[in-house]
Design a protein around this ligand. Structure first.
Ligand SMILES: [Zn+2]
Length: 248
């Protein structure tokens, strides 16, 4: 089994300019993962991806000073920064979230070389699963199939009432939000929300359906995210894998 991790920020695929790919960082680990792949000993790759893989597509991440989402929340008229992503605050006033959602809805951005690299892993039959924390939909757009993808923070592809979870047509919800209206649940009259996960909500069911992925993986690629905030990895560490030990 080959195991490499802690590549962020040294292995910064997707961070900064499209030419900034630090493959030498891979050599921190021995034997070299690419060598192991060449030998055919790597067959099940799990990719864990964060906001950094989409910055090369022009999508701001959350925490980058100056350009990150958190640094630009003043215009949304909210009492405290994370209110915009809090389900209780959404319940009281969905408009700030919808203002943000207008900007985040997929359709304005294209996948970049990182997304296509992961699709290539799939085409070579090496991708066991991709876990992404991104809600930009670029993984699907570049052709990574649904059964290989876990959108851990949900997506804009579906919508539902935030109170009773009654599904609502995603396209109608989008049109309402784009027009500055609040889509209303036909069952309980609660506000309908695109199924992106905000603070205070459970992760999507699909996130829990592949518990065997991490024990089965012989290569874990972590891209575009800080390990300090990686819930996916915490779950992985809890899943009881005994060998080998993680390298971070
Ligand atoms: Zn409802």
């Amino acid at each position: 089994h080959v195991f490499f991790s802690s590549l962020f920020p040294h292995f910064s695929l997707g961070m900064g300019s499209p030419t900034r790919v630090h493959l030498p960082a891979l050599r921190l680990f021995s034997p070299h993962p690419l060598y192991m792949m060449k030998l055919g000993r790597v067959r099940n790759i799990v990719v864990v991806a964060g906001a950094g893989i989409s910055t090369a597509s022009g999508i701001p991440d959350f925490r980058t000073p100056g350009t990150g989402l958190y640094a630009n929340l003043a215009k949304y008229d909210i009492p405290y920064p994370v209110a915009i992503l809090n389900i209780n605050y959404f319940s009281d006033n969905p408009h700030p979230f919808f203002s943000l959602a207008k900007e985040l809805y997929p359709g304005h951005h294209r996948p970049n070389y990182v997304h296509y690299f992961i699709r290539m892993l799939h085409q070579k039959g090496l991708l066991l699963r991709m876990y992404t924390q991104n809600i930009d939909g670029l993984e699907k757009l570049c052709g990574i199939p649904d059964d290989k993808l876990v959108e851990a923070h949900g997506s804009f592809a579906t919508a539902a009432c935030h109170l009773c979870y009654t599904p609502y047509p995603a396209e109608e919800a989008k049109q309402a939000i784009m027009n500055g209206n609040v889509p209303i649940c036909t069952f309980c009259a609660g506000a309908v929300k695109p199924n992106v996960v905000v603070f205070g909500e459970d992760l999507p069911e699909k996130y829990f359906q592949h518990a065997e992925d991490f024990p089965k993986a012989d290569l874990l690629m972590i891209m575009g995210k800080s390990l300090t905030s990686c819930l996916i990895l915490k779950v992985f560490l809890l899943c009881g894998r005994s060998s080998p030990s993680p390298a971070w």
